[in-house]
Design a protein around this ligand. Structure first.
Ligand SMILES: Cc1cc2nc3c(=O)[nH]c(=O)nc-3n(C[C@H](O)[C@H](O)[C@H](O)COP(=O)(O)OP(=O)(O)OC[C@H]3O[C@@H](n4cnc5c(N)ncnc54)[C@H](O)[C@@H]3O)c2cc1C
Length: 439
């Protein structure tokens, strides 16, 4: 089995979607890179490394069939086993530096990993049990001091620590710059007070990447100032930290939570980068998050189409397979083309994200537009694919045993989070079209 560590540094230069982060140090793969042929997605154009990631992750996920995810969705039991299996082979650190135990690959490869997990039938639940460990650690790897990195990341990569991501708040929602959770300096510590909401995996996490205000909004020149990023112990046995689970529509194996801080004490050296610069720093993780979510959405869409087209070949009504009717065939074919287009946008965005770390001609605005657009397109394509797949299966589309209803329930997540469709359109309207800011 290929593990993340053995895949490290083996990028093939010049392929359409290939990250070139470490292109200079790459060695080429010689002959046969395994090609998984049993999925609908067209894999031409991916780098050999991405295909190796896809193959290795696909093998791990084959131990977690659809029924595993359906049962966990029903019971709400956390899918610890997937995290353990991925950590064992080094995959949690796929996009973290090699000197810390990571694989040193890029978001292009991490997106393929989350895409493959989702596409295996694990869907958003599988992806959400892993993904914060991949994207929320990007700003930590980039902006933490060497000693903080050494203290924080190796144990996360080997699976000892697990992190959640604490940004959203109940009273401010998408208006992130107005968030109210405060971190107040107190000698060698900060005291955290405030409330977060929708925090995934908080019940199992031992760490949190937290965005909090260190200078009150009224005292800063711009609202983007005065926010700070922390990588804190998330110790539920300590005073000042409380959680409440949120009941939700899908992905029920992975908890979502309200989190309450009341003078929760964290050491001052959990601050990442400079105090007050947290918003700029966290954006680095947010663009990565959009790429991963786009990949996860694609995975759900392809999984749904796969199940529906198999069903449409086999289900005989009026003396022929239902898939012989254009009324069934064409909506599925169109959904496939939307997924393929969104796939190009997704891996283009991931490549820009990776290349921007070494190529200064790629601006952060270009990266932001590409990552947001990709997340939007992939989420919409996934929704179209899941909805049409379900309808093309008639009553059985609605039955749990065929899993497509689970994919449909889950595919609302990338449409809502981490940023909504409307806010992406606001952003593109303003930043690309030059229209007046509408919000
Ligand atoms: C399953 C799930 C898991 C999540 N996990 C995490 C997590 O781990 N960590 C975390 O920090 N957050 C998490 N989130 C939160 C998620 O990022 C937010 O739900 C999302 O950013 C939307 O914020 P909101 O729910 O507060 O929506 P609101 O800000 O209340 O917005 C509600 C609606 O109004 C629209 N709207 C608001 N203002 C405008 C405007 N000016 N123009 C047009 N439309 C507008 C929005 O687009 C949206 O449709 C998760 C959410 C879900 C559902």
């Amino acid at each position: 089995m290929i593990g993340a560590r053995s895949t490290s540094k083996c990028l093939t230069v010049g392929k359409l979607y290939c990250s070139t982060v470490q292109a200079a140090q790459c060695r080429r793969f010689s002959a046969s890179v395994p090609r998984r042929t049993n999925t609908l997605m067209e894999t031409s154009g991916f780098s050999d490394t991405q295909l190796q990631v896809r193959d290795a992750i696909g093998k791990i996920c084959s131990n977690f069939p659809d029924d595993y995810w359906a049962e966990h969705d029903e019971s709400g039991k956390y899918p610890h086993e997937l995290h353990t299996a991925l950590a064992k082979d080094g995959w949690i650190g796929i996009a973290l530096p090699e000197e810390l135990g990571g694989a040193g690959l890029g978001i292009s490869e991490a997106t393929m990993m989350l895409h493959t997990i989702s596409e295996s039938g694990a869907g958003m639940a599988g992806a959400q049990s892993i993904h914060a460990n991949v994207y929320a650690t990007q700003p930590v790897a980039k902006f933490a001091t060497p000693s903080q990195r050494q203290q924080m990341l190796p144990n996360l990569i080997n699976g000892t620590y697990r992190t959640c991501f604490g940004v959203t708040e109940p009273n401010t929602g998408l208006e992130t710059l107005k968030l109210r959770t405060q971190a107040v300096r107190d000698g060698d510590n900060y005291k955290i007070s405030g409330q977060k909401i929708w925090i995934s995996s908080a019940q199992v996490a031992t760490k949190m990447v937290l965005l909090a205000r260190t200078t009150p909004l009224e005292e800063v020149k711009k609202p983007s100032e005065g926010l700070s990023l922390f990588f804190i112990d998330f110790d539920k046995s300590k005073p000042g930290l409380d959680l409440k689970k949120i009941k939700k529509m899908g992905g029920r194996a992975v908890d979502a939570n309200e989190v309450f801080f009341d003078n929760y004490v964290v050491p001052a050296d959990t601050l990442i980068g400079n105090e007050g610069q947290g918003f700029k720093i966290v954006l680095h993780g947010m663009n990565a998050e959009r790429c991963l979510l786009a990949g996860e959405a694609l995975g759900l869409g392809y999984a749904a189409l796969d199940r529906a087209s198999k069903y449409a070949k086999e289900r005989i009504v009026f003396g022929r397979p239902i898939g012989m009717n254009q009324g069934i065939q064409h909506p599925l074919a169109e959904a496939y083309m939307h997924l393929e287009a969104a796939k190009l946008a997704t891996y283009h965005a991931a490549r820009l994200y990776d290349q921007s770390t070494t190529d200064e001609s790629i601006t952060q605005t270009a990266v932001g537009v590409a990552c947001n657009s990709a997340k939007y397109l992939a989420a919409e394509a996934a929704f179209t694919a899941c909805e049409r797949s379900l309808l093309s299966m008639g009553g059985m589309g609605y039955a749990q045993e065929y899993h497509v209803e689970r994919y449909l329930r889950e595919c609302f997540v990338p449409r809502i989070a981490p940023v909504s469709r409307e806010m992406i359109m606001n952003y593109v309207g303003e930043k690309v079209l030059g229209l007046p800011r509408s919000y």
